[in-house]
Design a protein around this ligand. Structure first.
Ligand SMILES: [Zn+2]
Length: 109
């Protein structure tokens, strides 16, 4: 069972208390973007086998959105962090690099 710690209220919440919100750190395209950019924003996701950054909502707790870093192959959770950031905290990236040698941080614009 997936268990994530909500960074807002500190509760260790199992997946029955959480709602998945898809991939984290998407670059959003809106008015003024071309069709290809907007289509990519709407439909293209990384779906990696390995390190992944996701949005989760503590639906049956404090109700807030947060981000989680976990490994889709091993189900290891590296950490959770506030949703109001544009990229994962440096400490978390360092922890992931130690756990997954050769892991490379993608370039979030
Ligand atoms: Zn919470």
């Amino acid at each position: 069972m997936l268990i994530l710690q909500c960074p807002y209220c500190g509760v260790m919440a199992d997946e029955s208390e959480l709602s998945a919100g898809g991939e984290a750190h998407l670059k959003r395209f809106g008015p003024g973007s071309d069709d290809a950019e907007f289509q990519a924003y709407l439909f293209q996701r990384e779906n990696p086998k390995g390190v992944h950054f996701e949005r989760w909502r503590h639906s049956y707790g404090c109700g807030k959105w947060f981000h989680a870093a976990r490994n889709t192959a091993t189900l290891e959770v590296y950490g959770t962090y506030f949703a109001q950031v544009t990229e994962p905290p440096a400490e978390l990236r360092k922890k992931i690099s130690a756990a997954v040698p050769g892991w490379r941080w993608r370039d979030f614009a």
